[in-house]
Design a protein around this ligand. Sequence first.
Ligand code: FES
Ligand SMILES: [Fe+2]
Length: 365
Amino acid sequence: MTVSTPFQINPDVCAAQTPPAAFYQSAQIYQQLLQKAFVPAWQVLGSTDLLPSSGAVMPVTLLPGSLDEALLLTCDNHHQHHCLSNVCTHRGAIICEKALKCEELRCPYHSRRFHLDGRMRFAPGFAEARDFPTTDCDLPALPLQLNGPLLWTSLCADTDLEQWLQPVMARVGWLPLTQFQFSAAHSRDYVFAGNWMLYVENYLDSLHIPFVHPGLNQALDFSRYSTELFANGSLQLAIAADDEAAFAVPVGAPDHGLRVAAWYFWLFPNLMLNFYPWGLSLNIVEPRGVAQTRVRFMSFIWREELLQAGAGAALHTVEMEDEAMVLSVTRGMRSRLYRRGRYAPVHEAACHHFHQLLLHCLAAD
Ligand code: FES
Ligand SMILES: [Fe+2]
């Protein structure tokens, strides 16, 4: 498939066809989506535990294996945090390879020095250079924002983070997110030979739950499972089965009166925020190629005693069940006989929304 021959997705989910198989195998579309869907989005760098103390720096990579953007978290002597490019403004060497305490940054290649806020301080060998230095010599800075236990940045977001997260906070803003603690022991990465879009659309499809996740299905009242769409994502609202763990949603919150088992938020293109009675499971989907994906599962625990209860009790089992289907479909997309499918209108509305957002990005200049 080439982008000069795009397919269409009918805006009416009841009539629409899913993308053709070639969509998931095109290296050109893969690259275009990295630029057009991932670069403008807000991304989670990690937990706020990554933030360095005063006079220290911490290198981080934004979406390793795809965007691979080398960044540096710093904290200057005024206790101000910064998210800077970790690429030297001279010839492009990586400035800092590991966390350290330091008064200033020094590039290992030709010893250009920078303040911890990114301003260039000194450049050996440039005495004869004209119109030097300029602000182009300073390290570019990205926004660095906190939301509860999460650290966010974006390479070129055209909305602010508050607006990006508004649909999430409108529903679960009552949760004491600053009390949620990152737990490395309950977090892990999954790497598999599947396409990232197939992983996302599997997440967005509720039709498979009774068939693929018998354990999870028992924790839910699937007849009351619902999906809501918003501009940059979707919410799947799962109601608990009788006697299964549920949130006590306070008076005044939009879902008060419901026995919520989970809010499954997806933010375009690659973030999932799953709120369970025990806390938050954040899933960051990281493309690694047309048929290779890493998904980071990060757990932020609020009520540890509920870790084994309800919809969020068996995340590894559910992930294994999902990965098996994503691998199956990745293989199916290579078939010479499969063309396009149709959407189950109620249960796959969020998949339809995802595909429309992808096409919208591809069509943008
Ligand atoms: S590349 Fe950093 S000083 Fe030359
Ligand atoms: Fe699933």
